[in-house]
Design a protein around this ligand. Sequence first.
Ligand SMILES: *Cc1c(COP(=O)(O)O)cnc(C)c1O
Length: 552
Amino acid sequence: AEVVAAAAERGVNLWRADDDHVSVACDEKTGAAELRAVQAAFGVPERDVDVESTADALPAELLRESGYLTHPVFHDHRSETAMLRYLRRLQDKDIALDRSMIPLGSCTMKLNASTEMEPITWPEFAGVHPYAPVEQAEGYLELIGTLERWLAEVTGYDAVSLQPNAGSQGEFAGLLAIRAYHRASGQDGRDVCLIPSSAHGTNAASAVMAGMRVVVVACDADGNVDLADLDAKIAKHRDALAAIMVTYPSTHGVYEESITEVCAKVHEAGGQVYVDGANLNALVGLAKPGEFGADVSHLNLHKTFCIPHGGGGPGVGPVAVRGHLAAYLPGHPLKDGSLVGPVSAAPHGSAGILPISWAYIRMMGADGLTAATEQAILSANYLARRLAPHYPVLYTGRGGLVAHECIVDLRQITKETGVTVDDVAKRLIDYGFHAPTMSFPVSGTLMIEPTESEDLGELDRFADAMIAIREEIAKVASGAYDPVDNPLRNAPHTAESVTADEWPHPYTRSEAAYPVASLREGKYWVPVRRIDQAYGDRNLVCSCPPLEAYED
Ligand SMILES: *Cc1c(COP(=O)(O)O)cnc(C)c1O
């Protein structure tokens, strides 16, 4: 304890492993000053320490002599100007939210406001180790506690853990809580998890990881949970029923009116209700899963609460529970005594990005959050109405309304014209748009989620593009376009392809590149043409220098 205290006085945190040992972690920034501070904490007088020579403590045979970071990209950009331009070139290749809406259904690609993002660069947030002594992280703990409280209030649950690093990990944590609860109630045999066929793939994967058996519940023609099939599955598995995992609003983009009935039926049979909260952007301020019958949910802070995502960045998938499950939330990785183990190596998961969601909620306030939800729903319904005369909208609820996203159905169009969802998605790139979600949750369809972040001008720009594409499809159908050599099948078109001396196609270059006049104002040029996706998945093509370059 004395050594730990002496080190802390010198600005170094030692970890007290037991009464006789401490551990110390080093990284590439650990230098002579830190080593001196640690030695001083042990009482080694300064004059006895020859820190400068400790570099030689690494045995010569362990020193690396082979090359590293030999790819040219690590050597081509040697000045700040060159680096800036390199980053700019990469950015130019990308369709990101700084260029157009990303209408990926189920992903909630909304604005990541600069004011929300900036604090995560501050060293006071970015430089704190996950295991820093709590008295050094009081501000963090306050932020975490406040955020947990806010999220509990938003969802109507009693307790929240921010430990899971993804929605899927939140699912896993939630199902572990359910299993532990059943076990504690002497119901260890309950291991069947009902999952409607409309569910996100992570649901079934998490259930299997949590040691459950997955039983799929059918959906009816309107895309809702088929209550008769639910009754049959509950009857069949009654004594083994652990839980149902149901998404609300559903991944079909509809508020299922039977949700409270579904919850009640499962409860009546002794099961727990897991509501997948990834679609919370359609609920915040309007309805609380913890109050309409669910026992546990995960949220996706990297969807509803503004943390940027896509490309595999860090996420946060808080798990929220009602009181009877609170004791089974994930435990601390270094503390014994929790009833369920941790699901992440860090006690508060991806804590470094929590200031984003904190700032979002704090700046929006309760009224702002509700207004955002209403705007998101309104925007999705606006798009659904504008597109419906051109593409059938697959599922709607009462009054023909959708929730925060809608599915447009291309299956009949594909049957009649040969134009596929891939063709539409690729052609949208020529129009300057990121594709919607393809073939999920229904194959051959596109799922569109505009979010509240897009204004009417952008919604119209997207709808205009989709409608113009529909007119191109009609030309394929009428024979005005060749069934194979047409702008849809050949999309996307690179600048190189439309400016090439040879133009072998029966449609014009301007039809390829500037199908609508507004593109003359600001045109996104795609860096690559279409690749054969299935081929690409099965045949790795390395973009590194050729193997011969490594020869000597
Ligand atoms: C995104 C999503 C998930 C999984 O969340 P991740 O953070 O990607 O693991 C689960 N269910 C639904 C409905 C989702 O949209």
